[in-house]
Design a protein around this ligand. Structure first.
Ligand code: BGC
Length: 858
């Protein structure tokens, strides 16, 4: 009989309770206070007029594979009631509920109709036609309360980008009217943003009577409680923005041409190059609404830096952080920014070089933080020389609590240029790629940037120390690149049938075992196990052993060679499993149940005798974009630990998370699954998450989507045209940091193409950059169906086509997920022909996969 690790009772387990408690204690710190005239924290928990689409329908996280099937979501209404507030707007909330019920019924009907017409599973159609809340009812009467709270929610998910239109990036007319009403009729009013990403705040900033504006983000199942804790000051929010919130969408440099905006979803030209997020706003002199790193506290802080010195290859100094308020405790995030001197390469005005968060400081209390970061972090990539270079000149180092509020700390002087890495170019940069900095406006902005940095550095020289760098102390990395074809592993143990146990015991090497496997076995091991029953037609739900897990590896050699089966399940906002499933008395799964938070296929009415029920409720943690706002790497690590514990409990080996693509444009449908517009912060968060998960024995992460997965419309076939430098400095940098700092078990490639070649097929990115340059020692997998010609992923290829299975294997993309019989045939035939791949390619991929299998064996 098949056995499952799932619980046999639906009762809440002790570990679920513990995890919820930990999330509640931590997640409030991720919230960012944009505005507060002193109304927060609330002094009393009396009557409150609660409005908005997120008041009773609070969003815990986004949709799609990034959704987590938690037991419940504490809404903001519930959270406030539990905290002792009296909600005076039941009628308004009930009326809105009624509207939602009708809208949902109509939406479900529409999905059923389209699914029948297209002969596709309803759940897949639902991805293409996501449900959208109706506009909330008009507020016409003031209730008997002094305080009004308006919760504004927005949701998004994979497969679809957001739109710069009312109801999405922009507020609807009704929302504006309602918010105006509350600011005019209630003594105090605030707006809470229950969003996974950026929205337009122009209207809100224009409301003179609005007392507070807070990004509460999406914090998982305990959302409502966490919000109540923050509003009442039980938890002190200390979040900072991880993105630039522009005054207007048009201010983002990629806005005019991004995704569907210009009608071309096939080709995306990254004209802004390295000038992404604050790197653009600061350099091009565009003032944002709220800058990167910004966030208020209930108290105030003073920063003083001291004792700057070169410590080997590092710059080191101390920052004294003092809580200068008299009433509230608080935590501060010390951020270090560096402005590089004018040189041969274009430079952004400044870049984040380091950050650190204090502990909770009581009024009057101070803490000394030691800040230390590698001087190599100040280098820029020159594609002309294929090298990271610290150009000669003065680097201005500043610390502060946002990118716009800093004080100079030191001037780091490079008397001559120093290379910090000598690499080779890998990305076939297109010579005619248009660049913003090549335009007249671009050249002008850069000239002004250089003049500004020069004068600011000169001014700083009067007050801060100069650290003249000893270049001898900084290494120049020179990776060893492999040349020539891979070698076939020879069988040295002919006559003895080797197993993974022999390898685990240290009797033989993995290569010895792999050398004994037939081409057919190798090909099967490189392909996941797509199941062919009805539920398998749902993207990301192909595991047979842990129900609702996204996939698993081939079990054909489990008995004979003791090769373990790896179970893979989604994230990043927790562990995505099917919360409730049924099996026959013999353990065969009965089709049906809720997946992706949607119950499109109910369990059959006539269940066989002896049917068994199983439960896998997982903890929904904050979505990545909210989590990163904590700027607290220990907090992120602890969230990873929670996930790791649940993976172990339910038998999952690899978490298909964290997601770590760069927030290039606010409309990317999956930004909520990613951390930031800044690659350094992104890399640190992914490393912390990974360290948390991997602190639990045998559990590993899969950092994704490698790389430049910045557009969801037409996601399988969009070609990102990016310069080598922007790839290295912006889009790969986070992955590099995560690999070097935390050694994730695996990497998932993205669907898109980069400069004409699918990421899944990019040998230079997977083998050369990840493995040879950064030392990645796990295995790489494709994103779901990336190499499978199947209608499941929606639109048929238009300009570009599918990624190739054979080229993926040759590229060192070890595992094709979720896999299909055709993939296996393809690999066998490819090996025999030896054109796009050879036997050694297959063997190396299997060795990579098994090296992770080994780590999961007890
Ligand atoms: C998503 C991945 C996810 C996979 C498995 C794909 O649609 O892009 O992020 O891990 O499905 O569910």
């Amino acid at each position: 009989m098949k056995e499952y690790r799932a619980n046999r009772t639906s009762e809440m387990t002790q570990s679920e309770l513990n995890h919820q408690k930990r999330v509640r204690e931590l997640a409030g710190e991720c919230m960012v206070i944009l505005e507060n005239d002193g109304v927060l924290p609330l002094k009393e928990n009396g009557k409150v007029a609660l409005y908005g689409n997120g008041a009773r329908h609070t969003i815990k996280g986004g949709t799609g594979s990034g959704d987590v099937n938690a037991r419940n979501v504490v809404t903001i209404e519930q959270g406030l009631k539990d905290a002792g507030f009296t909600v005076m707007t039941e009628n308004w909330l009930n009326a809105y509920d009624e509207q939602i019920r009708e809208e949902k019924a109509a939406h479900q009907k529409k999905i059923k109709k389209i699914a029948a017409e297209l002969h596709k599973p309803e759940i897949n159609v639902a991805f293409d036609y996501p449900y959208e809340d109706p506009d909330a009812p008009e507020i016409t009467e003031k209730e008997d309360a002094e305080l009004a709270i308006y919760v504004l929610s927005r949701n998004s998910g994979e497969g679809k980008d957001r739109y710069c239109r009312k109801g999405d990036y922009l507020l609807t007319d009704r929302e504006e009217a309602n918010i105006r009403f509350v600011t005019e009729h209630y003594e105090k009013s605030m707006v809470l943003l229950n969003t996974g990403g950026i929205i337009d705040t122009a209207f809100l900033r224009g409301m003179d009577n609005l007392n507070a504006l807070v990004i509460i983000g999406q914090t998982g199942s305990e959302g409502g409680h966490i919000v109540a804790d923050v509003l009442t000051g039980k938890i002190i929010p200390s979040g900072k923005l991880t993105d630039t919130w522009a005054k207007s969408y048009a201010d983002y440099p990629s806005s005019a041409e991004y995704s569907h905006n210009n009608g071309n979803v096939n080709d995306e030209y990254y004209k802004e190059d390295i000038f992404v997020g604050y790197r653009y706003f600061d350099t091009f002199g565009v003032e944002p609404a709220y800058c990167f790193g910004y966030g208020r506290s209930y108290t105030t802080f003073e920063l003083k830096a001291d004792s700057v010195e070169q410590d080997g290859a590092y710059l080191r100094f101390w920052v004294d952080v003092k809580n200068t308020g008299s009433e509230y405790a608080g935590k501060e995030v010390v951020q270090v920014y560096a402005s590089a001197p004018e040189g041969q390469l274009e430079k952004p005005y400044q870049e984040l070089a380091a950050f650190q968060k204090t502990g909770l400081l009581q009024p009057g209390e101070n803490e000394f933080l030691m800040i230390r970061f590698p001087l190599a972090a100040l280098a820029s990539y020159s594609s002309e020389e294929a090298a990271w270079k610290l150009e000669a000149g003065d680097y201005l180092i500043r610390v502060g609590n946002s990118c716009a509020n800093t004080i100079p700390v030191a001037v780091v002087r490079m008397e001559q240029m120093k290379k910090t890495a000598q690499l080779k170019n890998l990305f076939d940069e297109e010579s005619d790629l248009p660049k913003l900095s090549d335009t007249e406006a671009g050249r002008e902005a850069l000239a002004q940037r250089n003049a500004r940095v020069k004068s600011e550095t000169e001014e700083a020289l009067e007050t801060v120390p100069v650290i003249t760098v000893d270049p001898q102390k900084i290494d120049c990395e020179e990776p060893e690149y492999h040349t020539g074809e891979r070698k076939v592993f020879e069988d040295h143990f002919a006559g003895r049938r080797l197993t993974m146990t022999d390898v685990k015991n240290g009797d033989v090497y993995l290569e010895d075992l792999v050398a004994q496997l037939s081409v057919e076995e190798l090909a099967n091991l490189c392909v996941g196990t797509e199941r062919l029953d009805d539920d398998a037609n749902v993207v990301g739900c192909a595991s047979d052993r842990v129900i609702g897990a996204a996939g698993e590896t081939w079990s054909g050699l489990e008995e004979s060679r003791k090769i373990p089966v790896l179970i893979l399940a989604d994230g990043p906002a927790g562990l995505r499993l099917q919360p409730h499933f049924k099996t026959t008395a013999e353990g065969e799964k009965i089709s049906g149940g809720e997946i992706f938070g949607m119950s499109f296929r109910p369990f059959p009415e006539n269940l066989p005798e002896g049917t068994l029920d199983y439960y896998q409720y997982c903890t929904a943690i904050p979505i990545a974009s909210t989590l990163a706002q904590s700027w607290d790497m220990d907090l992120v690590r602890q969230m990873g630990e929670i996930v790791g514990e649940e993976m172990q409990q339910f038998g999952v080996h690899l978490w298909l998370a964290p997601g770590m693509n760069i927030h290039r444009n606010p409309l990317c449908g999956r930004n909520f699954e990613y951390y930031s517009e800044d690659p350094y912060l992104t890399g640190r968060c992914a490393a912390a998450d990974t360290l948390g998960v991997q602190s639990i024995d045998g559990q590993g992460t899969t950092i994704k989507h490698f790389a430049a997965n910045n557009q969801e419309d037409n996601r399988n076939y969009t070609n990102a045209h990016i310069s080598e430098r922007a790839l290295r400095e912006i889009y790969l940098r986070g992955f590099e940091i995560a690999v070097k700092e935390a050694h994730p078990y695996s990497i998932m490639t993205s669907y898109n193409l980069i400069n004409g070649i699918h990421s899944a097929n990019r040998h230079d990115m997977l083998q050369v950059a990840a493995r040879e340059e950064w030392g990645f020692d796990g295995f790489v997998m494709t994103d779901w169906y990336a190499t499978q010609d199947t209608s499941i992923m929606g639109q048929a290829p238009d300009k570009y086509t599918w990624a190739s299975a054979k080229q993926a294997i040759h590229a060192g993309n070890d595992m094709l997920m979720p896999g299909c019989a055709l993939n296996v045939e393809d690999l066998i035939q490819g090996t025999e022909e030896g054109t796009e791949m050879i036997l050694a390619d297959l063997q190396h991929c299997v060795k990579n996969i098994l090296s992770i299998g080994l780590r999961t064996m007890k």
